[in-house]
Design a protein around this ligand. Structure first.
Ligand code: AMP
Ligand code: GLY
Length: 421
């Protein structure tokens, strides 16, 4: 059996591990205490029961395939170090990971590739940044150039707030070195869509469309988070995925190739469906979190073989997705995203019911909260309505003090509302 090492510690990596465990023996480095506890609770016949975690670093692990989950290690060059040891790796090297590691670099790449994206300027100094900001109409969009765990973007109608944010970022007060350059963008409006493609250096194949919920509160109120829930499929997204592949993902992959970058891994296009057509808000270099938690359970066939083929530069078959719908509800710690509280005892994990899969992220030893996003509760169903009902019924059993959850994940889509309408 193929041995796979999944690198990371979040619910996305847990979802990857469970999907890969259908056809491989999987170890997660480092994983988290929740993954181990949930494997012990799972049906012993299920792939979920076979997930193991290890404190060993990936470089010390013998595996046939490495799948790197988060952007941080990719930007830091983990894929390069493993490839230098002749390992088969799914995930770009640090050259390709700049697509996510620097928004200014990514925007320049998109312009070069002719991909539609918000008009922008990128600045390291305050005076020109503020002057550019003043030329734009609201809403104002200020982005940290470097990595900021999904929290580096401010969208506001207040010029004063945007200007304060520019100062806080450029001074290093907000995000340290990652913020010392900012990208200021034209504000776009429309529905959002995540198009996630698997790339083998030259070819790219899309997964099913997904949508996530970035704001902390119901009705898209509150600050941006890493993502509070997701669903797939997305009603009305069928043709849009092909369009985004042709107009955004493939031209970007070609532009990377022209720069001598052999990009093997995920290219994830965050799209806004504007009245002028789809525009790229961002590219990420890894699976979305929580999009992975709804895509992987729907992915049919051998996920291990598909990721190994991409890593080996020989993609052939397009990924196939089940007709079932999936909905994921994220349960977050008290205080997330500003100051998540650690140490709250988690109960009810054994009661979530059939058809519900719980993926663990910020869970520490002794089953206590240890991070912002704590658990992802995913359910499959014959349609979004059924999947949604099951996910929320499962989530209702899981408790801790101050647990936060949005109550409107997939609500509009479950009523048949299409995107881009
Ligand atoms: P990003 O990390 O660049 O995807 O931005 C996070 C979120 O901020 C996106 O999902 C959008 O909801 C919002 N956003 C980003 N860029 C823009 C923009 N140019 N106009 C309006 N909203 C944006
Ligand atoms: N769900 C948003 C992200 O993974 O960046």
């Amino acid at each position: 059996m193929t041995a796979v090492c999944v690198v990371g510690a979040g619910a996305r990596e847990h979802a990857l591990a469970v999907a890969l465990a259908r056809t491989a023996s999987v170890v997660v480095s480092p994983g988290n205490a929740g993954m181990t506890a949930l494997a012990a609770l799972a049906d012993p016949a299920s792939p979920a029961s076979r997930v193991r975690c290890t404190p060993e670093p990936p470089e010390a692990i013998a595996a046939d395939l490495f799948v790197i989950g988060p952007e941080g290690p990719l930007v830091d060059g983990l894929a390069d170090r493993l490839r230098a040891q002749e390992k088969l790796v799914f995930g770009p090297g640090s050259d390709g990971a700049r697509v996510e590691g620097s928004k200014a670099w990514m925007k320049a790449l998109l312009v070069d590739a002719g991909v539609a994206t918000a008009a922008h300027g990128s600045f390291a100094d305050e005076a020109p940044a503020l002057a550019f900001l003043r030329t734009l109409p609201p809403p104002y969009v200020v982005k940290t150039d470097g990595l900021a765990a999904g929290k580096g973007v401010l969208v506001t109608d207040s010029l004063a707030e945007a200007a304060d944010d520019v100062r806080a970022k450029l001074s290093g007060a907000a995000f340290g070195a990652a913020g010392r350059r900012v990208v200021i963008e034209e504000g776009l409006s429309g529905d959002e869509l995540s198009v996630i493609a698997v790339c083998d250096g030259t070819r790219a194949q899309p997964l099913a469309a997904a949508q996530d919920f970035k704001r902390a509160g119901d009705g898209d109120a509150g600050p941006n988070t890493g993502g509070m829930g997701a669903f797939s499929p997305v009603p009305g997204a069928g043709d849009l995925v092909d369009r985004v592949m042709d107009q955004a993902v493939l031209p970007t992959l070609a532009a990377l190739r022209r720069r001598g970058i052999d990009y093997r891994g995920v290219l994830y296009a965050g799209i806004m469906l504007t009245s002028d057509g789809p525009k790229v808000l961002e590219f990420n270099v890894r699976f979305g979190d929580p999009e992975a938690q709804v895509l992987l359970p729907r992915w049919q066939g051998d996920v291990t073989a598909a990721l190994a083929a991409a890593a080996g530069g020989r993609l052939t078959d397009s990924p196939r997705f089940s007709d079932q719908a999936a909905v994921c509800v994220v349960l977050a710690a008290h205080g997330y995203p500003v100051s998540p509280r650690a140490g709250d005892a988690i109960t009810g994990l054994e009661q979530t019911g059939d058809g519900v899969q719980v993926y663990a992220a910020g869970v520490g030893p002794g089953l206590v909260t240890s991070g912002g996003r704590v658990l992802s509760v995913t359910a499959l169903g014959d349609d979004l309505q059924e999947a949604r009902a099951r996910a929320y019924a499962g989530a209702a059993h899981i408790r801790w003090d101050g647990r936060q959850m949005r109550t409107d994940i997939a609500a509009r889509a479950a009523q048949g509302m299409k995107v881009g309408k």
